[in-house]
Design a protein around this ligand. Sequence first.
Ligand code: BEZ
Ligand code: FE
Length: 274
Amino acid sequence: MAIRRFSEKKLTGEVLKRIRGTKNPRLKQVMASFIRHMHAFVRDVKPTQEEWFEGIKFLTETGRLERQEFVLMSDTLGVSMLVDALNYKANAGSTESTVLGPFHRQKAPRYALGANISKNRGDGIPCRITGTIRNLKGRPIAGAELDVWEAGADGFYDMQKGKAMNLRGIFKADAKGHFHFRCVRPEFYPVPHDGPVGKMLRATGRHPMRPPHLHFWITAKGYKPLITHLFVKGGRYLDSDAVFGVKPELIIDFKKGKDGAATAHYDFVLMKAK
Ligand code: BEZ
Ligand code: FE
């Protein structure tokens, strides 16, 4: 059997030919694009063998960590926001989405409206959030569910410190689409930077900080789920978020209430599911 002579120029085509039998058309498209882009990347960068193994070592380390380091890599390289931008196109009037991040947890505690999601009283500056959940026609979405989570005043999410749930909870909007809950005023904090992503940030002259924010995942029957944040107006790092998640529409004023709590109000607008 004649063995074809290796040719650097023809290699990409050879690899593409080899996947012609892929049955799933979407997988075939994704694989072909990946192969073409990877080969183009290597032709562009011309890595030495040592550099190529360095890259593989970096990815291996990223996968070895128990935490979601690949999510963090996607976030810090702007890829998560790109995927979001291509998939969640806010209609005029609906609330903008942003990154999910690695700190959402399934089965957060369910609370009655008005509850405090912080289990450590005295932790951080007390905060109260009120708002409504409406549709594009301005009608309240009764019973919409609002899953909220935040880092503590020390800059850590509960899961970075142990197994106990804290600073997160699920609320159900009332018949008028209203919700309100207590929390701690969000502070800026660094994304985890003691692993491969931290190494990459330092090597490229970047900081790991995120501006102060609260996370929301809002769901309601018949509506497109909304994953978003609210950012604190005037907070640090709004213009250089390590994960590129800030949108001006999501920056809101936190005012000092009569009881001293930082108070903010926001009306979320959901789009109908297709
Ligand atoms: C967060 O805000 O929780 C987050 C988002 C992206 C990467 C790391 C953290
Ligand atoms: Fe966060």
